[in-house]
Design a protein around this ligand. Structure first.
Ligand code: SAH
Ligand code: SF4
Ligand code: F3S
Length: 448
């Protein structure tokens, strides 16, 4: 087989990252080797996102930048996958006339065949149908060499139809993988040196409600918790309306389950939550957080918020700030509302001007910075179990890993520590990371 080079660029969420890892593994079977240099590629894949208008624009402008390479090398194949590809289908070809392949979120398994067809005929191909069963879900991904941590997609799609969100339109209805397929994959990963798995799904806590023989998410967690070699389990994303007491109990029962939950609240105002079709109230959200902290006092809670949803008044926005003060999130991702075609919120009036959105975003981010620093500072002086991932992004002289609460810790050490869980005493807290000193193994950790 000739050696060919694949350059892949990924936008969007962790599921897209996992999909790109699947694409790399799948195309390796056809002789494609991944490269960081787009200039030498025989095949370029752009895995796109469409969650907000900005994400869509970024993907298109990136695709546009490959025009020169295409002109220089007419055999170069340019493929667009992911959520924007799913959404735009054939019309993407109008926007980027030199595109060869557009493949949707259920069509990853077809990519090798599409590439062969395009190479033979030079005619563009578009495949964006939804399928059942979703074959793409079962492709084995290849985490990058030397990874300590891996993603495992356990379900895909969403039935919630939050009024602002395109995901149900782009990933399709909820489909869960069989437990046996998931556990086999996790066992294989453990065998190849992976120590931490993050279970992915648009709404992981409704895992099992469709297509997996009625297995439920807490049962899946308990089963994976027994797989040898897997020290840490994480999952994302959970929906507050489906966060059961049984799932919360897992944070106490399943030793490998890390003390962190990402629980997007979106707004602290009951009126806005109703217009967003979120299916819970602020009181329910606060009660769930309290329950989580009762069962697992160590738990870190992170969240997502949208500002400037249509009709959001100053009072509604204040209610979000008030909820933040009550919860004191460990971290929060905040977004300006972005109107998406095909979603219910398009029909709502009382749109919020860009200037107001921007002011609210800044105000909210300032408050969150205080909370993040306050929560991070509580770790100063503690000794934490850190799973070492590799060389630090900040400095080549430092190593970097994560606490169970998902905080990045930088420290002085050698690369022989990669893949090990070691005690690190936290000396200083920053906004985005902690700094610490490695302790002798005999010193006990404050956390597991
Ligand atoms: N499945 C996850 C979230 C997926 S999208 C969940 O249910 O929470 C990630 C985040 O993007 C969302 O939590 C939301 O805060 C944000 N988001 C989604 N659609 C958006 C839009 N139209 N405008 C701005 N932010 C949006
Ligand atoms: Fe989008 Fe809501 Fe589904 Fe999350 S739960 S993916 S925000 S529709
Ligand atoms: Fe983006 Fe699709 Fe993920 S829209 S956030 S890549 S599910």
């Amino acid at each position: 087989m000739d050696r060919k080079y694949l350059y892949i660029q990924t936008f969007g969420c962790q599921m897209n990252v996992n999909d790109s890892e699947k694409i790399v593994a799948l195309l390796a079977q056809d002789g494609y080797e991944a490269t960081d240099d787009a200039g030498r590629a025989d095949l370029i894949v752009v895995n796109t996102c469409s969650i907000r208008e900005k994400a869509a624009q970024k993907a298109y402008s990136q695709l546009g930048r490959f025009r020169l390479l295409k002109e220089r090398n007419p055999d170069l194949i340019l493929a667009m996958g992911g959520c924007l590809a799913q959404e735009r289908g054939k019309t993407a070809m109008g926007r980027i006339p030199f595109l060869d392949i557009v493949f949707g979120t259920h069509q990853i398994h077809r990519l090798p065949g599409l590439i062969r067809q395009v190479a033979a005929s030079h005619a563009p191909m578009v495949e964006t149908g939804f399928e059942s069963p979703v074959k793409s879900l079962e492709i084995a991904a290849a985490p990058p060499n030397g990874s300590v941590s891996a993603y495992v997609t356990v379900m895909q799609g969403c039935n919630n139809y939050c009024s602002y969100c395109v995901v149900p339109l782009l990933r399709g209805p909820e489909v869960s993988r069989a437990m046996s397929a998931i556990t086999a994959e996790v066992e294989r990963l453990a065998g190849s040196g992976i120590r931490e798995v993050t279970l992915l799904g648009q709404n992981v806590n409704s895992y099992g409600l469709s297509g997996s023989g009625g297995a439920q998410f807490p049962h899946l967690l308990r089963t994976i918790g027994r797989i040898r070699g897997i020290e840490r389990i994480r999952f994302t994303t959970s929906h507050p309306k489906d966060l059961s007491d049984d799932l919360i109990r897992c944070f106490a029962d399943v030793e490998a389950l890390c003390e962190h939950i990402h629980l997007p609240v979106q707004s602290g105002s009951n009126d806005i939550l109703k217009w967003m079709n979120r299916g819970y109230s602020r009181e329910h959200y606060l009660e769930r957080v309290e329950r989580l902290r009762t069962v697992c006092p160590e738990i870190s809670v992170t969240s997502d918020v949208i500002v400037g949803f249509p009709g959001e008044s100053d009072r509604d926005f204040e209610a979000t700030l008030d909820l933040m003060r009550k919860v004191r999130f460990d971290n929060l991702f905040s977004f300006k509302y972005s109107e998406r075609e095909g979603t219910a919120a398009v029909a709502l009036d009382r749109r919020i001007p860009e200037r107001v959105k921007q002011e609210r975003l800044q105000c909210l981010q300032k408050l969150q910075e205080q909370h993040t620093l306050e929560r991070n500072s509580a770790f100063e002086g503690r000794t934490e179990a850190v799973l070492v991932e590799g060389v630090s992004r900040n400095s080549e002289r430092d190593m970097s890993g994560r606490t169970r609460s998902n905080r990045i810790v930088n420290f002085r050490g050698g690369d022989d520590l990669v893949g090990k869980t070691i005690p690190v005493r936290i000396m200083k807290a920053y906004l985005h990371s902690l700094r610490g000193d490695v302790q002798k193994e005999r010193n006990r950790c404050s956390s597991k």
